[in-house]
Design a protein around this ligand. Structure first.
Ligand SMILES: C[S@@+](CC[C@H](N)C(=O)[O-])C[C@H]1O[C@@H](n2cnc3c(N)ncnc32)[C@H](O)[C@@H]1O
Length: 232
C-alpha cells in the first residue's frame, strides 16, 4: 500500500516521531517493556521506518538487520546508522525471502502490520527465521480504536481505510487495514507461534505534564495493541 507519509515525507515523519506524544511517550515505552535482554542478540527490525528502534537496539548491544518497503526510509537508516545496521528494502507483504532459517533471537514490528492485507506470508517467515524459543514483538492499531472508522460497520471484516492523520502538523492521507482481534491473533497461532504477553500500552508518566490531554486519553482508553509471541 503506497503511503506518501513514509516516502515523500520521510524526513518530516522522522523528525515528528522523535519526541511526539503517541510514538515517544506511549508506543515506544509500551513496546520496549516487552523486549528481552538485547546484548549480543540477533534482532530483525521489520518496517523499521527512520530507524529509531534500530538505533535503540544497537545501543543495547544487539546485532541489527532492518527492513522497510520505503526506499526513503532505508536511505535514512543508512545515513544515520551506516554499516552498524544491515538495512534493505523489503515489502513485508511478500514475507522475508532474503532471510535464512533460524537466524534471529528476536523480531520486532512496531506499527507496520496494519499496512498488510494478509499476514500469512509475513508470520510464516517470522516463525521460520526465528530460532527455537525466539520472540516476535509487534504493535498495531487497537481494533477498538479503528472500528468506528469501519466503512461497512461490520466489525468482523478486514477492510481498507483511508484516513487523514496530523502527525506532520497538517492532514496527510494514510491508508491501512482495520481488522477484528481474531484476525490479528489467529494467524499467529496458525503460523506456529504462542502468545506470551498482550498489552494495551501505558503512557509514560511524564506525558501528564507535557500533554495532559493525550495522557488522559491514553490512560482511559487504548491506542495500540502490543503483542509478544514465542516460537516453540
Ligand atoms: C508508522 S511507521 C513505523 C516505523 C517504525 N517501526 C517506528 O515505529 O518508528 C510504518 C513503517 O512501515 C513501513 N511499511 C508500510 N508498509 C510496509 C510493507 N508492506 N513492507 C515493509 N514496510 C512497510 C513504512 O514505510 C513505514 O516506515
Amino acid at each position: 500500500m503506497f503511503n506518501p507519509m513514509y516516502s515523500e515525507h520521510a524526513d518530516e515523519y522522522a523528525a515528528a516521531i522523535r519526541d511526539n506524544s503517541y510514538n515517544a511517550f506511549y508506543e515506544r515505552p509500551s513496546l520496549l517493556a516487552l523486549l528481552p535482554e538485547l546484548e549480543n542478540k540477533a534482532v530483525l527490525d521489520l518496517g523499521c521506518g527512520p530507524g529509531v528502534y534500530s538505533e535503540y537496539l544497537l545501543s543495547q548491544g544487539a546485532r541489527v538487520t532492518a527492513v522497510d518497503s520505503s526506499p526513503e526510509m532505508v536511505a535514512l537508516v543508512k545515513q544515520k546508522l551506516g554499516r552498524a545496521v544491515h538495512c534493505y528494502e523489503q515489502d513485508l507483504a511478500l514475507g522475508l525471502p532474503q532471510e535464512a532459517d533460524a537466524a534471529y533471537d528476536l523480531a520486532i514490528c512496531p506499527l507496520a502490520i496494519h499496512y498488510l492485507e494478509d499476514f500469512t506470508p509475513l508470520f510464516r517467515d517470522v516463525k521460520r527465521i526465528l530460532k527455537p524459543g525466539g520472540l516476535f514483538v509487534f504493535s498495531t492499531h487497537h481494533p477498538f480504536v479503528d472500528y468506528p472508522f469501519s466503512p461497512s460497520g461490520n466489525y468482523f471484516l478486514t477492510e481498507k481505510i483511508v484516513d487523514e492523520w496530523d502527525t506532520l502538523g497538517r492532514p496527510v492521507q494514510v491508508g491501512f487495514y482495520r481488522r477484528p482481534l481474531t484476525a490479528i491473533l489467529q494467524p499467529l497461532l496458525e503460523a506456529g507461534m504462542t502468545l506470551v504477553e498482550l498489552s494495551e500500552g501505558t503512557p509514560d508518566p511524564s506525558l501528564e505534564q507535557s500533554d495532559p490531554e493525550s495522557f488522559r486519553k491514553l490512560s482511559t482508553a487504548p491506542g495500540f495493541l502490543f503483542v509478544k509471541c514465542r516460537v516453540l
